[in-house]
Design a protein around this ligand. Sequence first.
Ligand SMILES: C[S@@+](CC[C@H](N)C(=O)[O-])C[C@H]1O[C@@H](n2cnc3c(N)ncnc32)[C@H](O)[C@@H]1O
Length: 235
Amino acid sequence: MPAPGRFYGVGVGPGDPELLTIRAMRLLEKVGVVCYTQLDNGAPSYALGVVRELLSGGVTTLPVSIPADDSPVDPATWREAAARIGALLREGHDVAFITEGDPMLYSEFPHLIEHIGAEAIDGLTVEVVPGVPSVMAAAASSGVPLVSQGQRLAILPAVYGIDDLREAITNYDTIVLMEIDHNLMRALANLESLGLAGHAIYVRQASTASERVIHDISKLTAEDLDYFSLLIIKR
Ligand SMILES: C[S@@+](CC[C@H](N)C(=O)[O-])C[C@H]1O[C@@H](n2cnc3c(N)ncnc32)[C@H](O)[C@@H]1O
């Protein structure tokens, strides 16, 4: 039996390939298999788009299809992906699962790790290569420091409702609302009713050519909905 390959969780950063870490770049230039999630509406993978130029011609790409709507991913998806990845690892191939931003912040990587663990591969090494999280790229693009000494920061998915937002703004100096996409209009209404509309900044596709930073969120409309966007709210 050959030694198993290594399994990497690689953060590719917020979108600009120049924000890849040197470690991620070196790894992706030589890895044989690159795995990523692919929305079932056919939209190209954001993470793959960031690193495509780096990948060697002989690389095997392994998309894992997930729903484009808000519906939860069927656990069978992760089981099947883990079985395919597990087979490649057992044959000695190194596999990199790439994710936008950082693999340890709202990514699918933990689901895969859990299921690859169930594959019980003897001697398997798992390594995480951190990436620049979108939260930090958005702070850089907007010129808004998230927190300074002694202040408190909360990062929340926008699916939380107005009560959570009220509680968060009471307890934290800055809140970052991620995954706003379909929740944008509701999040804006909540901010309005909490008197926070003038305290929020919208950042879409930070660090990319499509980046948009809007300091006056009253100008936002449903057309601005974009999965790769977030709101920074300062108390
Ligand atoms: C599944 S989470 C992935 C987070 C990622 N692991 C990270 O470290 O930033 C997806 C959410 O990240 C945020 N996001 C990712 N890339 C972004 C970007 N370039 N600009 C603004 N928000 C981004 C959006 O809120 C999006 O809905």
